[in-house]
Write a protein that binds this ligand. Structure first.
Ligand code: ZN
Length: 210
């Protein structure tokens, strides 16, 4: 299955009517957040594919488009937060948001609040993986795990709660965004136990067997 991942930055080479040939056969588009809904809707239509996404810390509130529409969600996509989806044989789960760095702002979670989200997702995953007799294939989050691709400031600190989730369910891939990459020598891919953890900022292409 050909998978495109996007996160955090609008790419001019995608956001135009002359889409490159190599983007013609995308089976699934995954957004790791902090992207405008109109952009995701454009990609969904231009790539003629399916979309699953999590929201980032900058995705709160209704979004207003140039043609006067109000968007609360990207139309046609599936929000992965706290959910497990089977997409053509690939088991995919997701968690939105970033570390809380402003009180009461939406789409931000303290470590304890995220641990609650992870516990709820764990129960669903236990049920679904045992019922379907298969493992989690892809974990999608906006933030990275603690200590992997994260940064020392509070806003970009990763979540410790993701680490036991990854160790227990052993997804083949963990895609995240949130941490912008400005240097070529920045780590964007780390193997943790059996999982490839990848900072997809701003665009990635993956061939994954279902
Ligand atoms: Zn972010």
């Amino acid at each position: 299955m050909q998978i495109m991942t996007v996160s955090d930055r609008i790419m001019d080479r995608l956001y135009n009517s002359q889409l490159d040939e190599r983007y013609r056969d995308i089976d699934l588009l995954i957004s790791c957040g902090d992207l405008p809904y109109y952009y995701l809707e454009f990609l969904l239509s231009a790539l003629n594919t399916s979309l699953v996404y999590v929201r980032g810390n900058h995705d709160g509130g209704p979004q207003y488009t140039a043609d006067g529409r109000t968007l609360n969600r990207p139309q046609g996509g599936a929000d992965l937060h706290g959910r497990v989806i089977n997409h053509n044989g690939l088991l995919i789960a997701g968690l939105e948001g970033s570390m809380r760095y402003k009180p009461s702002a939406p789409l931000m979670y303290s470590e304890g609040q995220m641990a609650v989200q992870v516990a709820a997702l764990t129960l669903k995953l236990l049920r679904i993986t045992s019922y379907q007799g298969r493992n989690l294939d892809i974990l999608v989050t906006h933030s990275p795990p603690f200590g992997i691709h994260d940064e020392p400031d509070l806003a970009h600190t990763g979540f410790k709660a993701f680490l036991p989730l990854i160790r227990f369910f052993k997804p083949r891939y963990h895609f995240h965004g949130h941490v912008h990459i400005y240097r070529n020598d920045t780590f964007r891919e780390t193997t943790y136990k059996q999982t490839k953890i990848i900072n997809v900022y701003p665009l990635g292409l993956f061939e994954i067997d279902s």
